[in-house]
Design a protein around this ligand. Structure first.
Ligand SMILES: *Cc1c(COP(=O)(O)O)cnc(C)c1O
Length: 392
C-alpha cells in the first residue's frame, strides 16, 4: 500500500476508516453475504446484522430503530429528507413551501432549487450574518401557512459555524412545521439526543467520522411521512428501495458508536490543536488573513481562513507539494477557481472570497503536525505573493 507522508488536515472532507470498523464489516462480504430480505439462513443472518446495526445507530442517537433509514451517502440523506417531506406534504394537504439557508451544502441547496424549479414548490433562502449564522427570528418571519419544512444545517462544512439548531427547531415545532438538519459535519462533535431535541429529520455521513464512504443515515421521527425517491422493493420500511449494503450499515453503526463513546476526548484533542493552529496562523500572517465563521460557535476541529488577494486553489496546490493536504471547504474544482458563495454570503469582498483555506483536525493529528503547518503555511503564502508580483 502506498503511504503518503503529507500531513492530512482535511477531515472535514473524509476520514480514514478505523481498523475496529473494518474488522466489524469484513464477515459480511465473504461469509454472511445473504440478502437481508431472503427467507433462508443466510438471509436471516444478514437481516439480524442489519437490524442490530439499526438498533445500535438508534441507541447512539437516543432514537428508536424504526426511525433509522440507511441510505447511500450523506447527500442522499439530505435529498431524501427534502424531496421526501415536500412530496409527502403535497400529497397530504397541499404544503408547498420550503425554507433553507444560503450557506447549506449543495446536497440541500441544489435539492431545494430543483424542488422549486422542476416541481413547482416555493422556496425561501435565508441569509446569514457576518459569522454565518441564521437569525431564528428571520426564520420565524418566513414561515407561512403552506410551509412544510425548514432545513438548516447544524454546522457549516466550509467555515465551521454552528447554527442555533435547538432554537430554530423549537420555533419550527411551535409553528407546526417540520425541521430537518444536515448534521454531517457536527455528528461526531455534538451530542444528538433525538428524544429531547426538536429535530424531525437528521442527516449523517459515516465517512466524516471514521466510517466507510458510500453509506448515509437519515433519522426520521416516528410519524413523519416521507415519499421514497428510490422506488422498488419495500426495503427500509418503504423509504428507500434496494438491497441494503449490510457491511456498510454495520460499519456505519460501529463508527457512530465509537464516535459517541469517545466524543469528549476527541473534542478536547481537536479543540486544543485547532486553537494552536488558529492562533499561530493569525499571528504569523496578520493583515493577510482572517478567521472565517463564528469566533466561538464553531466546530472544534475546523480552522477556516480567508487570505487577501490569494487564490485558494493555488494555495492548496502549493501546500500539497510542501506536504500539507488541506481544502477550501467547498466543492470548487481545481483549475476553475470560483469565489466561494459561503464567503460571499458572509459579506466578504472579492479580495477575500477566492482565498478560502480550511484545515480540519483529526484523531491522529499531533502537535508536531500543527507546528510543521505553522512553519510551511507562511512560507507558502510568501512564495505565492512573490509569484503574483512577478506575473502581475
Ligand atoms: C460531506 C457533506 C455532505 C455530503 O455527504 P456525502 O456523504 O459526501 O454525500 C453533505 N453535507 C455536509 C455538511 C457535508 O459536510
Amino acid at each position: 500500500m502506498k503511504s503518503y507522508r503529507n500531513i492530512y488536515l482535511d477531515h472535514g472532507a473524509s476520514t480514514p476508516v478505523r481498523e475496529e470498523v473494518v474488522a466489524k464489516m469484513l464477515p459480511f462480504w465473504t461469509l454472511d453475504y445473504g440478502n437481508p430480505s431472503a427467507v433462508h439462513k443466510f438471509g436471516q443472518t444478514a437481516s439480524r446484522a442489519l437490524e442490530a446495526a439499526r438498533q445500535s445507530v438508534a441507541e447512539s442517537l437516543n432514537a428508536s430503530a424504526d426511525e433509522i433509514v440507511f441510505t447511500g451517502c450523506g447527500s442522499e440523506s439530505d435529498n431524501l429528507a427534502l424531496r421526501g417531506v415536500m412530496l409527502a406534504a403535497r400529497a397530504a394537504s397541499g404544503g408547498n413551501h420550503l425554507i433553507t439557508s444560503v450557506i447549506e451544502h449543495k446536497a440541500v441547496l441544489e435539492t431545494a432549487k430543483q424542488l422549486r424549479d422542476l416541481f413547482g414548490f416555493e422556496l425561501t433562502v435565508l441569509p446569514v450574518d457576518e459569522y454565518g449564522q441564521v437569525d431564528p427570528h428571520e426564520m420565524e418571519a418566513a414561515i407561512r401557512p403552506d410551509t412544510a419544512l425548514v432545513s438548516i444545517m447544524a454546522a457549516n462544512n466550509e467555515i465551521g459555524t454552528i447554527q442555533p439548531v435547538e432554537q430554530i427547531g423549537a420555533i419550527a415545532r411551535a409553528n407546526g412545521v417540520l425541521f430537518h438538519t444536515d448534521a454531517i459535519q457536527a455528528a461526531a462533535v455534538s451530542s444528538w439526543d433525538m428524544r429531547r431535541m426538536p429535530v424531525d429529520l437528521l442527516s449523517l455521513a459515516p465517512h466524516k467520522f471514521y466510517g466507510p464512504k458510500g453509506v448515509g443515515i437519515l433519522y426520521v421521527r416516528r410519524g413523519v411521512e416521507i415519499i421514497s425517491s428510490l422506488t422498488g422493493g419495500g426495503q427500509e420500511s418503504g423509504r428507500r428501495a434496494g438491497t441494503v449494503n449490510v457491511p456498510f450499515a454495520v460499519g456505519a453503526s460501529e463508527a457512530l458508536r465509537l464516535a459517541v463513546a469517545e466524543r469528549v476526548e476527541n473534542v478536547a484533542h481537536y479543540r486544543r490543536l485547532t486553537a494552536k493552529l488558529v492562533d499561530g496562523v493569525l499571528s504569523a500572517l496578520p493583515n493577510k488573513c482572517r478567521l472565517t465563521g463564528h469566533p466561538v460557535e464553531r466546530l472544534p476541529h475546523n480552522a477556516s481562513f480567508a487570505f487577501r488577494n490569494i487564490s485558494g486553489n493555488d494555495l492548496l496546490m502549493h501546500l500539497d507539494i510542501a506536504g500539507v493536504s488541506a481544502s477550501s471547504g467547498s466543492a470548487c474544482l481545481t483549475g476553475d477557481p470560483k469565489p466561494s458563495s459561503v464567503l460571499q454570503a458572509l459579506g466578504l469582498g472579492p479580495e477575500w472570497t477566492s482565498g478560502g483555506l480550511r484545515l480540519t483536525i483529526g484523531r491522529q493529528n499531533t502537535d508536531d503536525d500543527v507546528e510543521t503547518v505553522l512553519r510551511i503555511l507562511p512560507q507558502t503564502v510568501g512564495r505565492l505573493e512573490r509569484l503574483n508580483q512577478e506575473y502581475a
